[in-house]
Design a protein around this ligand. Structure first.
Ligand code: KIV
Ligand code: NA
Length: 264
C-alpha cells in the first residue's frame, strides 16, 4: 500500500484492522502485490527455497537478499518492504549493523532477524542507529539443524511461557514488529494480546494482528511439501490478481486462516 509506515501498521493493530503481507522477490510480483493493496512485503530468505531450489534457507547471503530487495523496491516504489537478515549475518551487534546497512541501502524499510533473548543487544544497536527491526519467534527456519525438523513450536506450557517472555523482551529492546511462525492458535492469540507491536502470523492461527504467506504457497506453486497453514488462492480465484485480492480480502475479514489452517 502506498505510503505505508510502521506507525500506520501499529495503528492498524490498535484499531483491530488485520494486516496482510506476503513475500516478494522480484519487481513484477511486487508491482502486482502493491496494486492489489498489500500492506507490506517481505523479501524473505525463503528465496533460498523458492527461487534457488535450496533445501533450507542457510545458503542465502546478504548480497542475494539485497539483490532481490532492489528488484522489489523498483517494482513497488511506495511499498513498505521488509528484508530478511540471512543465517550468520547478525552473529554480533556490529556485524548486524554492517550487514543491515546493505539491505537498507537496497531499499528495505525494516530488517527481520530470527531469535529471542540473545538478540536483545543487537536489536537495541540497530534501532539506535535507525534500522527498524522485526523479530521472528516460533519456528525458526535458520535453526532447522537445531530444531530437527519443521515442527510446531511452543506446544508445551514451559515453551509457550518462554516464547511469551522472549516476545516481550524483544519488544522492550525496540523491535517494532514480530513474525510468529508455526505456534498453536492459543499462543498466537496470547502473544498478540500482550504486545503493543503488530504480531504477524504464519501458521499461528487467526488471532494474530496480521498474516504473511510465501507468495509461491499463496499461488499453490509448492510442489512436494504442503504445510497445513497454506492455502492455494489461485485455485479458487482463477487468475493471479484475483488470487492476491482474495487472499487480502480473506485476511482482512478474518476468514483466513481458518481452523483447518491452524494448530490447536
Ligand atoms: O523467509 C520467509 O519467507 C519468512 C516468512 C515465512 C515469514 O521469513
Ligand atoms: Na525468513
Amino acid at each position: 500500500m502506498a505510503g505505508m509506515t510502521i506507525s500506520k501498521l501499529t495503528k492498524m493493530k490498535a484499531a483491530g484492522d488485520k494486516i496482510v503481507s506476503v513475500t516478494a522477490y522480484d519487481a513484477s510480483f511486487a508491482k502486482l502485490f502493491a496494486s492489489c493493496g498489500m500492506d507490506f512485503m517481505l523479501v524473505g530468505d525463503s528465496l533460498g527455497n523458492v527461487i534457488q531450489g535450496q533445501a533450507t534457507t542457510l545458503p542465502v547471503t546478504v548480497e542475494q537478499v539485497a539483490y532481490h530487495t532492489e528488484a522489489v523496491r523498483r517494482g513497488a516504489p511506495d511499498a513498505f518492504v521488509m528484508a530478511d537478515m540471512p543465517f550468520m549475518s547478525y552473529t554480533t551487534p556490529e556485524q548486524a549493523c554492517h550487514e543491515a546497512a546493505k539491505l537498507m541501502r537496497a531499499g528495505a524499510n525494516m530488517v527481520k532477524l530470527e531469535g529471542g533473548e540473545w538478540l536483545l543487544e543487537t536489536i537495541r544497536m540497530l534501532v539506535e542507529r535507525s534500522v527498524p527491526v522485526c523479530a521472528h519467534l516460533g519456528l525458526l527456519p535458520q535453526s532447522i539443524n537445531v530444531l530437527g525438523g519443521y515442527k510446531v513450536q511452543g506446544r508445551e506450557q514451559s515453551a509457550a511461557e518462554n516464547t511469551v517472555r522472549q516476545a516481550l523482551a524483544l519488544q522492550q529492546a525496540g523491535a517494532q514488529m514480530l513474525v510468529l511462525e508455526c505456534v498453536p492458535t492459543e499462543l498466537g492469540q496470547l502473544i498478540s494480546s500482550k504486545l503493543s507491536i503488530p504480531v504477524i502470523g504464519i501458521g499461528a492461527g487467526p488471532h494474530t494482528d496480521g498474516q504473511i504467506l510465501v507468495m509461491h504457497d499463496m499461488f499453490g506453486l509448492n510442489s512436494d511439501y504442503l504445510p497445513k497453514f497454506v492455502k492455494n488462492f489461485l485455485a479458487e480465484a482463477g487468475d493471479l490478481s484475483s488470487a492476491v485480492e482474495l487472499y487480502i480480502k480473506q485476511v482482512k475479514d478474518g476468514t483466513f486462516p481458518g481452523p483447518e489452517h491452524s494448530f490447536e
